[in-house]
Design a protein around this ligand. Structure first.
Ligand code: ACO
Length: 396
């Protein structure tokens, strides 16, 4: 083993904090999170009020520009976005190149990065405020179209182009579920459910994907590539990929006879790699306020759509049993935002592979806001240190 004291003179003192459990990397005025009290606020507004009363686009504006928009401001924001919802026709060729069963997150990450090839002005250093804003608008606008096209392609259905008479979420629902009939209109219940879910996902301060966006952006990398990196970080099952993993886990428990105690025992067994997906959070040690809202929304949405999903019962049983189990109590493990979101997405008609893509759609304004803040703060390039533990005295 290496004698670390000998290296100290060369490296200075370094804080070693695996997973950055206690290390702050930035100052931010975007999202306030109190994990002990279970409080989440965007720009000072409680998540509960925003989820109840705001539209997703208003929340996006709030996160990105710091204030809630006036009526004129939100109208202009919407119409600027509507002007850019089409993607370049050549991008459709990419969809033809992916194998039919390829994961939507891989497609999303590469398609978003490829936007930088169609809009090379985004690569220029020293862009004016207007140019930077134009890139932000394009990113928001094209994301809904890309996400909807990925879904349509996975079904082998014809692509449905945006209709700019619709607002942001309605347009997305149109492109996703729109039929080629004259009178098809997006279901307002579906639009309202999507609106709420996406607001709950819109930002969550310095999580794995957001930190990735900031660190990639800190090398002066363009917005599209930085967001693409964030999408990759979100994909993992310990982060955004948990929503897909939860529904797969609930299905497995159902097929296994629905014995939740057996699966709780598995989650507690340190020799078993199984983890209770949708449980636990790095910061929330009391409850996840988003999970509270989603649990209620889940009941409401399933009822209003007249859907009876047997995995909802299993989820509730699992939650109840875990919350009274000493293992979960000692480790402060509570359901997180992903525990119920998948059940809602499924009720809306999405296959489980799309769940994390929907998370990315919701998180996009947060990533943009954090990237913009990092740039405006003129933060230095992100470059963590290390403690070297390898060989130091080898020769050929
Ligand atoms: N099931 C069983 N045990 C768990 C779980 C779980 N879901 N989560 C944590 N634990 C246990 C750990 O084994 C550890 O036990 P120990 O002290 O006996 O060794 C203890 O609780 C602390 O866990 P850590 O992994 O150290 O906590 P960390 O903060 O690093 O991880 C994480 C947080 C990744 C969210 C974790 O709880 C997890 O893997 N959860 C399941 C995946 C999930 O739902 N992710 C979504 C998170 S929310 C989001 O990103 C949108």
């Amino acid at each position: 083993a290496i004698d670390i004291s000998k290296l100290r003179d060369l490296t200075g003192h370094i804080t070693l904090d695996f997973g950055y459990k206690n290390t702050g990397a930035t100052k931010s005025a975007i999202t306030f999170l109190d994990g002990e009290q279970g409080i989440l606020k965007y720009r000072g507004y409680p998540i509960e009020e925003l989820a109840e009363k705001a539209s997703f686009l208003e929340v996006a504006y709030l996160l990105i520009y710091g204030v809630l928009p006036s009526k004129q401001e939100i109208e202009k924001f919407q119409s600027d976005i509507s002007m850019h919802t089409l993607i370049h026709e050549d991008m459709k060729k990419f969809f033809d190149g992916y194998p039919s069963k390829s994961h939507p997150m891989a497609q999303l990450s590469s398609l978003v990065c490829s936007l930088s090839t169609f809009y090379p002005e985004s690569l220029e250093a020293n862009q004016s405020e207007e140019q930077k804003n134009d890139t932000i608008i394009k990113m928001l606008a094209k994301m809904t179209t890309i996400v909807a096209f990925i879904y349509k392609k996975s079904l082998g259905h014809p692509l449905i182009y945006p209709k700019n008479k619709y607002d942001y979420i309605t347009n997305y629902v149109w492109m996703t579920f729109g039929q080629r009939t004259e009178d098809f209109e997006p279901n307002p219940k579906v639009v309202s459910a999507m609106n709420k879910l996406l607001i709950l996902h819109a930002d969550h301060e310095q999580n794995c994907s957001t930190s990735t966006v900031r660190i990639v952006g800190s090398s002066d990398c363009n917005l599209y590539a930085s967001i693409s990196a964030g999408i990759s970080a979100l994909w993992g099952p310990l982060h955004g990929g948990a929503n897909q993993a939860v529904i797969e886990m609930l299905e497995k428990i159902k097929e296994d006879g629905g014995d939740t105690d057996k699966w709780i025992a598995k989650a507690k067994d340190k020799n078993d790699p199984f983890r209770m997906m949708g449980f636990g959070h790095r910061v929330y040690k009391n409850f996840d306020p988003r999970a509270k809202i989603i649990k209620k929304a889940c009941d409401d949405i399933l009822e209003s759509l007249g859907i009876n999903d047997p995995v909802l019962e299993i989820a509730k049983k699992l939650e109840q049993a875990a919350l009274t189990d000493q293992y979960f109590i000692d480790r402060k493990l509570y359901p997180n935002v992903d525990f119920y979101s998948g059940i809602i997405y499924r009720a809306l008609g999405f296959p489980s592979e799309m769940f994390t893509v929907l998370f990315a759609l919701g998180r996009l304004p947060g990533w943009i806001a954090q990237w913009k803040e990092m740039r405006e703060n003129k933060e230095p390039i992100g470059r963590p240190r290390q403690i070297y533990v390898g060989d130091v005295d080898k020769h050929l």
